[in-house]
Design a protein around this ligand. Structure first.
Ligand SMILES: CC(C)[C@H](C(=O)O)[C@@H](O)C(=O)O
Ligand code: SF4
Length: 473
């Protein structure tokens, strides 16, 4: 019998092409996702060297960060820097013959939503992209992580990547979530518990009853933020839900190939007795709907709490908390539910999928935006948008006074005109609350789609369970 292996060990071992004396390995890459921000120099490097893309059929490109999300976006991009990046991707995709979903294609959207949607992301694969939130694809039991632009060029040219193996970390969420608590609350609570450096040097495998009970979309939300917890990647072992989600998608295997793939996918679990270098266990029943109060994803608290005081922290964190409170314009001791908001953003690769829009719409239905609040819903892909319209969700949002946008990263990072004005405070379903992330001097509170919707209709941070009169509130 060979030694018990973790899921990460198994995928790693299946992809090692060669091992170097310096301890690094050359890994085969199954899927290379590409967006317009981190790829221009990589393609240019190939062009200058007279090289080709080694496996264009395994390379998938889509513009997302810079694209306008207004209905008239076919008119083109005003901002020159943004336009140059998107135009470059248009040209590079054509010149190098890779799979491409241009802005005019209904399948266009955020790269991490398009990959799974089109069946490019499959269990047991290695998936890379010049983007830190590539961790999202780990929800399928794929080893997925971000790479830098020079690595993008290396993968384009060789379909391989030089890597050092990470350590194994297990995050187990035991028991069942209470009503009104979502995948976003799990992933933020994990970071609250471990800190943004808690996963450094590790690949996290999320497991436990609460993870198994999540839908594939919820699992993507959890893995999406593995990087915010410092980890190289997040993983969830594939199961029947995974196979069901993947089956029949455009680029999923078919017929005999499907059967062969299933055979391999069913071996993708951590063996009994396999070693983890670090283990974190959280009880699902103890997780509440949470929001962030500061400028790091670890600045997270249950909505029933109050803004902390710098003295509540230790060491270097005291100064960081002072600065965060100052930047956020918050006073220690303020009840979180007394924090008024100006803007609501529902979207991003964390929470821009159909179930997220359904959850938000359920809260918004029959209600109106609070006075003075502006809000936008930005579906994660054109197909998510179409599905939502088929279900009448667009009408619910429009009737309440929300803007209903086209797909893209949008106000998650404000590379397009969707930005906060100075000092504006936003309830956001995205994954980063860094200073200026959503616009110069803009302030971000991260939360789930249901919680963002509750803030939209009340005008302040709100416990969605109270608004919806759920038993646990
Ligand atoms: C632009 C890109 C490189 C960046 C990332 O890597 O994550 C972006 O997607 C983000 O979310 O900050
Ligand atoms: S939606 Fe946000 S986090 Fe996701 S890839 Fe785009 S900018 Fe990055």
């Amino acid at each position: 019998m060979s030694a018990p292996k973790t899921l990460y060990d198994k995928i790693w071992d299946a992809h090692v092409v060669s091992e170097d004396e310096d301890g690094t390995s050359l890994l085969y890459i199954d899927r290379h996702l590409v967006h317009e921000v981190t790829s221009p120099q990589a393609f240019e490097g190939l062009r200058m060297a007279g090289r080709k893309v080694r496996a264009p059929e395994k390379t998938i490109a889509v513009p997302d960060h810079n694209v306008p999300t207004t209905l008239d976006r076919a008119k083109g991009i005003e901002n020159e820097e943004s336009r140059i990046q998107v135009d470059a991707l248009d040209k590079n995709a054509k010149d190098f013959g890779v799979n491409y979903y241009p802005v005019s294609d209904v399948r266009q959207g955020i790269v991490h939503i398009v990959g799974p949607e089109q069946g490019w992301t499959l269990p047991g694969m290695t998936v890379v992209c010049g983007d830190s939130h590539t961790a999202t694809h780990g929800a399928f039991g794929a080893l997925a992580h971000g790479i830098g632009t020079s690595e993008v060029e290396h993968v384009l040219a060789t379909q391989t990547l030089i890597q050092s193996k990470s350590k194994n970390m297990k995050v187990e969420i035991t028991g069942k979530l209470r009503p009104g608590v979502t995948a976003k609350d799990i992933t933020l609570s994990v970071i609250g518990a471990t800190g943004t450096a808690g996963g450094t040097g590790h690949v996290i495998e999320y497991c436990g009853e609460a993870i198994r009970e999540l839908s594939m979309e919820g699992r993507m939300t959890v893995c999406n933020m593995a990087i915010e917890g410092g980890a190289r990647a997040g993983l969830i072992a594939p199961d029947e839900k995974t196979f069901e989600y993947v089956k029949g998608r455009a680029h999923a295997p078919k017929g005999a190939q499907w059967e062969a793939a299933l055979h391999w996918w069913k071996q993708l679990y951590t063996d009994e007795g396999a070693h983890f270098d670090k283990v974190v266990t959280i009880k699902a029943e103890e997780i509440e709907p949470v929001v962030t109060w500061g400028t790091s994803p670890e600045d997270v608290l249950p909505i029933s709490g109050s803004v902390p005081a710098p003295e509540d922290f230790k060491g270097g964190k005291v100064e960081a908390a002072k600065r965060a409170l100052d930047y956020m314009g918050l006073e220690a001791g303020t009840k979180l539910t007394d924090i008024k908001i100006d803007v609501v953003f529902i979207g991003s690769c964390t929470n821009g999928r159909i179930e997220d829009l359904r959850a938000a719409a359920e809260v918004v239905k029959g209600r109106k935006l609070a006075d003075g609040v502006r809000a936008m819903v930005v579906p994660g892909s054109g197909l998510v948008r179409a599905q939502a319209e088929e279900e009448g969700l667009d009408k619910i949002f429009l009737d309440a006074g929300f803007e209903w946008r086209m797909a893209g990263c949008s106000m998650c990072l404000a590379m397009n005109p969707d930005q906060l004005a100075e000092g504006e405070r936003c309830a956001s379903t995205s994954n980063r609350n860094f200073e200026g992330r959503q616009g110069y001097k803009g302030r971000t509170h991260l939360m789930s789609p249901a919680m963002a919707a509750a803030a939209a209709v009340t005008g302040h941070l709100t416990d969605v369970r109270k608004l919806m009169e759920m038993e646990d509130a």
